[in-house]
Design a protein. Sequence first.
Length: 542
Amino acid sequence: MNPHGTDVLVVGAGPVGLTAAAELRRRGVDCRIVDRLPARLPYAKAVGIQPRTLEVWDRMGMVRDVLDVAVPMRGQLIWVDGEERERIDLFLPPEVPYGFAALPQYETERILEEHLARFGTRIERETELVSFTQDAEGVTARLTGPDGDEELRVRYMVGCDGAHSTVRKGLGLAFEGGAFPEEYMLADVEVGWDLPYGYGVRSMHRDAAGRVDDVLVCIPLPGPGRYRMSMVVPPELVAGPAPQGGDGVAHGLGGGRAPELHHIQAVLDRLSPRPVTATNMRWSSVFRISHRIVDRYGEGRVFVAGDAAHIHPPTGAQGMNTGIQDAWNLVWKLAAAVGGRAHPALTASYDGERRPVGEEVVGRTVRHAAEGVQADPEDPATLMMREAQLLVGYRDGPLAGPAPADGDGLRAGDRAPDCGGLLGEVATQPLRLFDLLREREHVLLLYADGAQDPGVPELAELIDGLPRGRLAAYAVLTEGGTAPAGAAALPVYRDGRGEFGRLYGVRRPTAFVVRPDGYLGARIEPPTAEGVAAYLAGIFRD
């Protein structure tokens, strides 16, 4: 019994911490979320929203609020030395339910904070983690806030407290990497050019040796002609070599003199593809970029996520999205651990699954910042899927198990893709698979064509014997197929367009277990209750 009634302390109320707290609360876990700042910062820092993050927010039940205010990101227009060189259109397969989008970070935080408030939890502002200790039973955290100092006992703690993380330092995690020598400036401004809506702009100048020596990058934001612009800082605003935060990590917004509108206009005069005047500057700052990653994503009962675990160039808008998905991976495991249901290895799998992702993102963004996306010569379709974070997977992770013998189709550790055209017996309109997965925990999808008995009665008996809510189940039948014996025990949908069979690579009865984070936990072929039970035994104690 936890004497303080708090199971998890989340440190940091940016997008990563808010995601963690909201998902913990949705699962009924008692948690507190603290942040040292008195209010959200009104800065358009991280603005790119990847399709995979929108899928996460769909599963959380809050994507509609984002879609109401986000701007579509349709592509990028590239100029070099005053000439238009390339137009990149962002495209994804038609079954991917969301495209690329842009939204100021403060809007992302507002939506997440309002979503969290639906579960009765609010951010404790002006409250800072001072130090902590942990033992085999829990974590003792010392906080200081508006009402003075507090000692808090919790079962687990998650550090989402940024590049200068107190949690990371308290754990003694290594944070190896380096820093880029250049400094940049950011500005949120409006311009009146006639460039197509939804396209970013990248304009570069090359010196006599062909090296880029001046650059302007513009990302569209909500509002007419509004962009978040980044560019090389002018000499008079260079802060010098001293790192921010006093911890040797030179990353993030600077605290010195902020760029003024004339600094932004000078760059536009040099590099803008159209003669244009910047107006209505809402915010500006100088920032520096480092690339670092921790040697492990946690220790014992304390974990780090987001910038506390990895920092890197903003190339491709990977940082915030990667951090949100860190939290997404961790919290369902923590919720099981808090309830005493988790297999002992479950929370440890967070590091095994997410640190390889962080290493890949850091390496790729550093290469792309230095050499452009051509540093990784992939076909355009693969490049788009990777940038959209739709290729992130855990096939080699500690929960994936052995590969199937034939190697065909999706397998454990792969993202569970959406598909359309599912025809129910009551709903009069086709549904998406994500409609069935939304706000669920583990979901069993039994694919059958009626030609063989997939053991439905045994599976239904297994499901009925599990604790309530642990495993939802659906039968997905081929269009025209005969329902197998016992199928009435499960809700039945028909694969009306054949999308499920095609995207999941199935030709015979197969069971898929979809994890709470939208990845496949198991592919069981042929489907058996014993196979499902074996997967669950690796996740839960009982």
